[in-house]
Design a protein around this ligand. Structure first.
Ligand code: ADP
Length: 851
């Protein structure tokens, strides 16, 4: 197709040629040269125009043609008149009939014709005969013509008047001829002047043209030199371009992207190997030189053959031609490429195919992530909407809500879309508005931990709701300060709290009005509350007590891990320094997980009651002592008898030795003295035990002791009584028993009480055993007293350890024994329980915390 076009001769196009002139001129002269040439040309043209105008003006001014015609006609008339007059004169002098020329014919005719022409064309000087002849031309001819005819024919002399007139006319004509000659001379002179001027102007304009020509020649010369230099540079550049092209080919080949270059007629002129791997059609050996369209069709055919489905060839071609779009396409090996075409200034189309497979895979991963994000967002949205609290976002600058969840419908009886856009202050109740405004007008601080506030808001219909708002400020992607928060409807809670407050006040008044001592401690045994009863009893005010460890203000054997109610008694000096005995009931409160959260200690001043009880108990104890007196006497008489016998044996030995004059046996005496000392110790131990029992008191300071020791002491005190009652006592004592804190005499007193009760109940065998048990990670010493009697009456079992519970006849029992036993043990931090054994009989169990 291109060769056909080349074969056709170009039709010269004149207009195109003209149009090309400015470009060619600019090429040859340069822009400045064109300006110079144009300027010189304009100057030359102006000079020529001026010269020609001058000449034309001169010609116009000279009125040459009429003047010349007038001169011609005047000369013609002058000649005709001269001939006429010469003929008249010649004929006048000639003899008649001598064959003289006729005047009346040609000379007269010429004269009249010339006269008519002159008179017709020009004005002759007035006041002359000639003017008169012109004015009355016909009259003149009619008058003179016959005279001349007659002169010719008859040779009659001319009438003098006519001749004179003719002579005058002849003079006038001569005069006119002279004046015409002068005028012509004058005109010629002036023309000479004008032509001189014109010549000068022409000379100038010619000089201008010559100068312009010279300038043009200079410019063309310079431009051609420039072109020559440029041509040299172009030659060098072409050489370099060759090298560059080779380099470019190498670079293009080395590029990781596919490059294709098409010329302005869409024929492929270059492609690299990456492009060949991407576009199947480019793999053809003759691909270079083919059009994009042909290659696109070939590629589509090959891709379809490879099973990649119908290809949008037409779309490719359109995109190729628009050269603006960039699209991503997949090659037949599954990789992704960014396909783009770009036009160059030289009319080439450069196609770039960049491998974006990694990017595409990222894109796919991103899309997947985005979809997941969207589903997460939707889940969060439904989660947020399922919240009972109102979640919101607010533009701090405008004060308007930008987002709220579905909970507003319930809390404010308003659909979310009506809520969004409202100013938050519109929804604050008047009593809270100032407080909210103060909080919200603070400056933004990135380290701000947010706010928590409780105030009142107005729901639709004007209902006021108590709410709690937690909010935090942050800066969003657009740089706006936004506040995000949660509004919780605490109206019911507030009402409840108010009710609780009033209940608490009521309770407090009850607690305060109660004479009892009340202390509330937390799970770590730190005091949370004390009442006025506590202050009255201990002299410690609530301010001093709250927050301090309980042990500092009220030392007591309280186990913080124990979840059951416990009782104990503590001794405490009151404000006046008097020792008070306070019986305390500790009631633990547990949380949902079953752990102790608080313990309420309710104490009563038991001093007076205990003293009364003690008095009664002492009375009973003394009765017991009385009872035991015979036992004691027996107990002491036995060692005394042994001592007595030992003394008698020792004395006999001494007497025998004296009689025999020998020495007493020292080993025998030593044995007797040892036995006496042993028996004295036995007797004094019994007396000591009795004394301790009778005394009933001990030192205030608890000391560690061995519980087995107290058990043995109790057995010593009760042994004889049991024997008399025909009962036996079995003991199983744990030799490895840890010590306990308290008073051994008190514990012995408790055990004597238990053994005597068992004895009183009847039954053959009493057993007493010691050991250890673990409870709440603590070790307790356990002392169990069991008997084989009838057991404890079921009606008194639940209240066995309260005062005055007895089944014994009046005068025998007071019902205080077990009550006092419990108090003694509680003072030692222990406890006592009673139960009937399955096999019959009662079991009393004592637990004392080990040291
Ligand atoms: P008292 O001995 O003055 O009655 P206590 O407080 O010591 O007072 O005893 C209260 C009651 O408990 C007794 O009256 C008796 O009924 C019952 N009791 C105590 N120990 C036993 C026991 N081992 N077997 C049966 N009943 C007992």
């Amino acid at each position: 197709m291109a060769s056909n076009e080349l074969a056709q001769p170009e039709v010269p196009n004149f207009i195109a040629l003209l149009r090309s002139f400015p470009g060619q001129a600019r090429l040859a002269l340069g822009t400045r040269g064109v300006l110079w040439a144009t300027f010189a040309g304009i100057i030359g043209v102006i000079c020529c125009a001026v010269a020609f105008a001058d000449i034309a003006l001169s010609l116009h001014r000279s009125d040459v043609d009429p003047e010349r015609r007038k001169a011609r006609e005047v000369l013609a008339l002058d000649g005709a008149s001269r001939l006429l007059m010469r003929g008249i004169l010649a004929n006048s002098a000639a003899t008649p009939g001598a064959g003289a020329a006729r005047v009346a014919d040609e000379p007269w005719r010429n004269f009249t014709e010339s006269l008519s022409a002159l008179c017709r064309d020009f004005a002759v000087p007035p006041q002359t005969r000639l003017a008169g002849a012109c004015a009355a031309q016909q009259d003149f001819i009619d008058r003179v013509g016959p005279e001349i005819q007659a002169f010719d024919t008859h040779r009659r002399p001319m009438d003098a008047t006519v001749l004179r007139e003719l002579l005058q006319i002849r003079d006038d004509i001569t005069e006119l001829s002279l004046s015409t000659t002068r005028a012509t001379d004058h005109m010629v002179g002036r023309l000479v002047d004008d032509y001189g001027e014109a010549l000068l102007v022409l000379t100038l304009s010619t000089t201008g043209f010559v100068c312009a020509g010279l300038v043009l020649i200079l410019l063309v010369g310079r431009t051609s030199m420039d072109y020559h230099a440029q041509w040299r540079r172009a030659a060098d550049a072409a050489q370099q371009a060759g090298a560059s092209r080779d380099m470019l080919s190498e670079v293009v080949e080395a590029l990781p992207a596919g490059i294709v270059v098409y010329d302005s007629t869409e024929h492929l002129i270059l492609c690299n190997s990456v492009a060949r791997t991407l576009t199947p059609a480019l793999r053809q050996p003759d691909a270079i030189g083919q059009t994009y369209s042909a290659l696109a069709h070939e590629s589509a055919r090959r891709l379809e053959a490879a099973g990649m489905g119908p290809q949008p060839v037409q779309e490719w071609i359109e995109r190729f031609r628009t050269r603006t779009t960039e699209r991503t396409r997949q090659s037949d090996d599954g990789r992704w490429f960014d396909w783009s075409e770009k036009g160059t200034a030289g009319g080439l189309t450069v196609g770039l195919r960049v491998d974006v497979t990694d990017l595409k895979q990222h894109e796919f991963a991103l899309e997947k992530a985005r979809a997941e994000q969207e589903s997460v967002r939707a889940r969060y949205q439904s989660l947020v909407d399922s919240m009972v609290d109102v979640a919101y976002t607010l533009d701090v600058e405008t004060g308007q809500f930008t987002f709220v969840n579905a909970a507003v419908a319930d809390m404010f009886s308003m659909p979310p879309e009506r809520f969004v856009g409202k100013h938050f202050l519109e929804l604050i109740a008047p009593d809270s508005i100032e407080r909210v405004r103060q909080q919200t007008t603070r400056k933004y601080d990135p380290s701000d931990q947010g706010t928590f506030a409780r105030f009142s808001m107005i729901a639709a219909g004007g209902a006021v709701r108590n709410v709690e708002v937690r909010a935090r400020r942050w800066v969003d992607e657009q740089g706006r300060i936004v506040s995000t928060g949660v509004i919780r409807d605490v109206d019911e809670r507030v009402q409840l709290e108010r009710r609780l407050d009033s209940e608490m006040n009521r309770l407090r008044s009850i607690v305060e009005s109660n004479g009892a001592l009340i202390v509330l401690v937390d799970h770590a045994l730190n005091v949370e509350m004390v009442n006025s009863g506590f202050t009255a009893l201990t002299g410690i005010t609530a301010t001093d007590a709250v927050g301090r460890p309980l042990q500092e203000i009220l030392p007591c054997p309280l186990d913080p891990a124990r979840t059951k109610r416990s009782r104990f008694a503590v001794r405490k000096r009151d404000a006046s320094g008097r020792e008070r005995l306070i019986s305390i009931t500790a009631t633990p409160a547990t949380d949902a997980g079953g752990a102790v959260s608080n313990i309420m200690l309710l104490g009563v001043d038991d001093t007076e009651r205990r003293e009364a009880e003690q008095a009664l108990y002492n009375a009973e104890r003394f009765a017991t002592v009385g009872e035991m007196a015979s036992t004691m006497a027996h107990e002491i008489s036995q060692p005394l008898q042994v001592i007595n016998i030992a003394c008698a044996s020792a004395l006999d030995e001494l007497a025998l030795a004296s009689e025999n004059g020998g020495q007493p046996d020292p080993a025998f005496l030593q044995g007797k003295l040892d036995r006496i000392a042993q028996q004295v110790e036995q007797a004094s131990r019994i007396i000591g035990d009795l004394r301790a029992f009778v005394r009933g008191t001990s030192s205030d300071t608890p000391e560690p002791f061995d519980a087995n020791e107290a058990v043995r002491r109790a057995i010593d005190l009760t042994d004889h009584g049991l024997g008399e009652a025909g009962m036996t006592l079995q003991e199983r004592l744990d030799a490895e028993l840890p010590t306990v804190l308290g008073d051994a005499g008190h514990l012995a007193q408790v055990l004597v009480n238990l053994i005597n009760n068992a004895r009183d109940a009847g039954g053959g065998v009493i057993s007493i055993a010691t050991g250890t048990v673990q409870e709440n990670d603590r070790t307790f010493v356990r002392i169990a007293v069991e008997d084989s009697g009838p057991g404890i009456a079921s009606d008194i079992l639940p209240r066995l350890f309260t005062s005055f519970v007895t089944t014994k006849p009046s005068g025998k029992g007071t019902g205080l024994g077990l009550r006092i036993c419990r108090r003694i043990l509680e003072e030692m931090g222990g406890r006592i329980t009673a139960a009937n054994r399955a096999e019959g009989g009662a079991r009393f169990e004592i637990l004392l915390p080990s040291q």
